[in-house]
Design a protein around this ligand. Structure first.
Ligand code: MSP
Length: 535
């Protein structure tokens, strides 16, 4: 992942199906993308996070029918009552939210389709295959497994554990097969396009076996909840072909105004597209081929993250294993949610959620490690210097070590984010949390305070720890923005707003003027009364 010079950092999430309310798996993707966007903003870059909802297709139509309503009404309700509120629940700072039923999307999907049709990349043909409505995808024999329980004796989708449906239709096809070699060449020339490496290897092996053309329309005789094929209104657009285009229709593709063109120019190609590994092939194979056919560049990177597992299986609403994000945030708050999932699971690997692990990390890492550090330091500045930051005197080796660890934490965390290794970034930041706690234990400022002769040393120790907190506030702002806002209100106002503190300068020591006002600190991570339910 790299910021294009002179361009904005543009990060996307998948757009989510509105057949059901979000669970923590969806929230996990949102948080990761938001952390990347906020980090780049803290670096001083223009940063743009896009998320949204995928509202067409058979799955949504069936859900709406089962709920005795129209798909549009169903989608409106779910967006208002579930998907937009999710962004508040987990504190997402997105710059746009696209719905595939919006005019700006539908119209420009048609522009894209017409362009590909006119340039010969789309043709009419017939098809027979096994369709999984849960995945909204044709499955090959290799994608199916033996069913269990109600479906024993049948072949079922490996992801949804439900039988597939035989479809035979005359459809329009995208000449995906023509992109087998161009894609392989592209992967070779852009080794970081698909990350992590395990995901890349899997996709490359898949494409090497050769690609088939892709059916991109469905006959309206079967169902009609989608975007009309512009030259044949007896067909609607295949929901994935429609959905993938959100990443460009949201930023002005197809619009003629100078403003739209400038926006597109500034944002495309996206810096990183964050997706779950379940939908990696759509994003790393079909999507770049669609863009190549239209003469557009693929994204700089597609990052396929792992699954949150329950009982060893992907957490999912259809299997009734989904946990609502608010179940966690109501007790622990959004900062803890964000920190926990970014720290406990290596981004790219699968991971299991447990209440015990969340509680333990909240207590040890956030409340004791970071929160207590901040409150002790600030309380001492009040107790010993009446809330006015004392100037530092000569530095000892111990002080210099804090400065060196702070500088290394900044550099290492920034390098980790560049590789989308969010967990490693937090590990780097925590070297400074641990160092500052250790420094206070060794320096014993409460002992220094007892003797007027060591008052100069006490001043240096407290100055050093407040400088350390400054660095932590900047580095943690993309991950725990509520806590860092409180911390900044207590220590940072003399330096301007926290948003203006660039990561690149964070490690430069001695930024506070002596006498800077240090105010009272609100508890960053209050004690949690663990209820029986969450115990
Ligand atoms: N609508 C399509 C995506 C279209 S993008 C052009 C879709 N939607 S979805 O609602 O099913 O969301 C899928 C995404 O949600 C996954 O790719 C992943 O980002 C996230 N997750 C859903 N369940 C998850 C887990 N159990 N664990 C981690 N992420 C999960 O597919």
């Amino acid at each position: 992942m790299s910021a294009n010079k002179g361009k904005s950092f543009y990060v996307t999430t998948p757009i989510f199906y509105v057949n059901d309310a979000p669970h923590i798996g969806h929230a996990y993707t949102e948080v990761a993308a938001d952390v990347l966007a906020r980090w780049h903003r803290q670096r001083g870059e223009q940063s743009f996070l896009l998320t949204g909802t995928d509202e067409h297709g058979e799955k949504i139509l069936r859900t709406a029918a089962a709920n005795k309503t129209t798909p549009q009404e169903w989608a409106d309700k779910l967006v208002e009552e579930a998907w937009l509120p999710l962004l508040e629940t987990i504190d997402i700072n997105n710059q746009d939210f696209i719905r595939t039923t919006e005019k700006r999307h539908e119209k420009n999907v048609q522009v894209f389709l017409q362009h590909l049709y006119d340039t010969g990349f789309i043709y009419r043909g017939s098809y027979e295959g096994n369709y999984c409505v849960g995945c909204e995808e044709y499955k090959t024999e290799g994608d199916l497994i033996d069913g269990e329980g109600d479906f024993a004796g049948q072949q079922v989708c490996a992801i949804h554990s439900k039988p597939v449906e035989k479809l035979q239709e005359t459809n329009y096809f995208f000449k995906l097969s023509e992109f087998t070699q161009p894609l392989l060449d592209f992967y070779e020339a852009n080794p970081n396009f698909i990350q992590p490496d395990s995901a890349r290897n899997e996709v490359v092996a898949f494409v090497r076996r050769g690609l088939d053309d892709l059916s991109i329309s469905r006959s309206k005789e079967k169902f009609d909840w989608g975007i009309d094929i512009p030259w044949d209104d007896s067909h609607i657009t295949y929901v994935w072909f429609d959905a993938l285009l959100n990443y460009i229709t949201a930023i002005g593709y197809g619009e003629d105004t100078a403003e739209a063109k400038a926006k597109f120019e500034m944002l495309w190609p996206a810096s990183v597209q964050v997706v779950g590994k379940d939908i990696l092939r759509f994003h790393a194979v079909i999507w770049p081929a669609m863009l190549m056919a239209a003469g557009l560049a693929p994204a700089n990177q597609v990052f396929g993250h792992g699954w949150l597992l329950v009982g060893g299986e992907k957490m999912s609403k259809s299997k009734l294993t989904g946990i609502a994000p608010s179940q966690i945030t109501d007790t622990f708050g959004s900062d803890a949610f964000r920190y926990y999932f970014m720290k406990a699971i290596a981004f790219g690997s699968d991971g299991s959620f447990s209440w015990e692990d969340l509680s333990a990390r909240y207590q040890a890492e956030l409340a004791n490690g970071f929160g207590n550090l901040a409150s002790r330091v600030i309380a001492m500045v009040h107790r010993y210097f009446e809330g006015s930051l004392p100037a530092a005197g000569d530095f000892t080796d111990a002080d210099m070590q804090v400065q060196a660890i702070a500088a290394a934490a900044v550099a290492d965390a920034d390098a980790a984010i560049e590789k989308v290794a969010i967990q490693d970034a937090l590990t780097a930041i925590w070297t400074l949390v641990d160092e500052l706690n250790n420094y206070i234990t060794v320096q014993e400022p409460w002992v220094l305070a007892k003797d007027e002769a060591t008052r100069g040393r006490l001043a240096t120790v407290l100055n050093t720890t407040v400088e350390g907190l400054r660095v932590l506030a900047i580095l943690l702002n993309p991950i725990t923005p509520k806590a860092t806002a409180k911390l900044w209100a207590a220590i940072g106002t003399s330096l301007g707003s926290l948003a203006d503190q660039e990561i690149g300068q964070a490690g430069t020591w001695g930024q506070f003027q002596p006498g800077a006002v240090i105010s009272e600190l609100e508890a960053l991570f209050p004690r949690i009364e663990v209820s029986d339910e969450n115990a």
